[in-house]
Design a protein around this ligand. Sequence first.
Ligand code: SF4
Length: 690
Amino acid sequence: VAKNVPKIEYVPTICPYCGTGCGLNFVVKDGKIIGVEPWKRHPVNEGKVCPKGNFGYEFINREDRLTTPLIKENGEFREASWDEALNLVANKLNEVKAEDPNKLGFYACARSPNENIYVTQKFARVACGTHNVDHCARICHGPTVAGLATCFGSGAMTNGFDSIMQADVIFVIGANSMEAHPLFGRKLIKAKQNGAKIIVADPRYTPTAKIADKYLEFKTGTDVALMNGMMKYIIDNDLQNTEFIKDRTENFEELKEIVSKYDMDKVCEITEADKDSLIEITEAYAKADKAAIVYSLGITEHSHGADNVMCTADLAMLTGNLGKEGAGVNPLRGQNNVQGACDMGALPTDYVGYRKVADQETTDWFNNYYGTNLSTKPGLTLVEMMNAAHSGDLKVLYIHGEDPVLSDADITHTKEALANLDMLVVQELFMTDTAAEADVVFPAAGWGEQEGTFTSGERRVQCLHKAQDPPGDAMLDWKIMEQLAIRMGEDAHPEQFHYETSEDIFNEIRECAPIMAGMDRKRLDSPEALHWPCLSEDDPCQPLMYTEKFSRPNGKAIFMPQEHRGPVEVTDNEYPLLLTTTRVLFHYHAAMTRRCKTLDNEVKTGYIEMNSEDAKELGILDKEIVKASSRRGSIEIAARVTDNIKRGIVNIPMHFTECAANMLTNSNSFDPKCKMVELKACAIKVEKME
Ligand code: SF4
């Protein structure tokens, strides 16, 4: 036997990028992660991965990982001991808590394991006495939670990912799965091979549109009108599922009345869609035995995102496409654990398991469980916290692993708000754009450096395992929370933050969230894992929901018809183009993927995609550096001239600080139902540079 041959180990984990939740194995040598191998037995990705899954581990052992706490003095960071940094933050939290706990705010991290997120929201509530806790779902799938929970009683995907392969027709609207959720995109291709007809409606002729049997181009922000037109056509032509409507839904008459105003001619005027194509896709969807709707941020990131979501639910109810395989309403969640972050109660309105803050009995239950005295008044959303910081009403913001300076609408507004705080605390892996604005930075353990669970977009709760130690003095998130609670003193209930293992935290989650009560850790630790709802240890926890009844109190779904409102900011002579923001295949936001050399080499910077006719009118050539401006600011960026985008619409990928799309977007246009900001539509102009 050869001596001194380094031992290679394989440690199972789940991809930390999109909500598809692919299984990977870390390749570990001498206690360090040196690569990943796709997990062949994993039911979601079956041994395949996309480029992010393949190369997205490269950030882990970079030299610029944060390894020690940092305190800012005179505008510069200096290294500090954990003791000094923790005491500084604990004292400030106590000082502001004594004045008014609702002047404290917390962002949880949707990339982090469930156990960290649970403890973060518990820290906000139990140690600090505020419900001001939220996370980035607010500006990605907040409308999904609000919209689907209203219609069905639960705000998640109705079917599992594999269900799509049994569909006869798949209607994809506002989702570019081939780039944003590539291994789900692979299931679309498999569905097509099984005979499914794929329809894609999008203002851009995306890689997903290119695999479609039918592509429908329409104008950004007109989804409600489009779907209302489809529903009117279905009712007028008696294509609805009358039995399903009668037995399993309520409020059909109101739907009928509202959609009756949307005849095809009016709809095509609003949406600029081709009428024959719209009729063709409507008939295909309505006549199919099993028709699935797939959507993502093209539906949600609007000032009427919840309306859009409710229209997808109405369309599925109208045609009886719920509670069966090959059908359903299937939102594709963005971040790897954004589903989990919602489930864990990192929401100002909900405790863990979607138990409502406003409900007295529920809050009494949690007060009894935690030994607290929490109120039933919901806290501030992420958008409201940032606005409160801007106006001076929020004093301390504690951000776990999010980068709002890059990802929130209107960067200038975000930076002004952060600068206005008494203290900004950021818990991170790297010196992100947001961490650079902080007063105190805590170095956190990252992916591969801890045990825990992620919950994918299909409600599958999967285990992750530790493959290496965190670098330097970086610490587990939940241990940082415990250390802070100890330093804050008895009123912060430090005993509530003492756990030996992440499994202890998971077991507490099971006690507090009936939807996960049956998730014994041993049952979870298999490639199939478990989907919630999982009510008991003998519950098979099937991914398909609503086979017999919906999660609303009376067991019925409710139609929630909506009127078309369109984007808040419309184009005019000064700002004649409508900007939408998107992602590219090789990046996922920026903090991690731009630090992965292989991914960074693929797409090094941003660009503005514009229709060739629009470019011609402005005298702009492909690759030319142009100036893009909105009412909020300007950026310089390379033009990408193409016919794959509708005239009048321009697109900028959101990952790149040096030409940040969110310098232009509008933070003043949010959805009244869920406080989503309109990241997918604002008016801009594009000019040639001098
Ligand atoms: Fe990771 Fe999503 Fe790619 Fe799967 S599809 S490897 S989860 S980024």
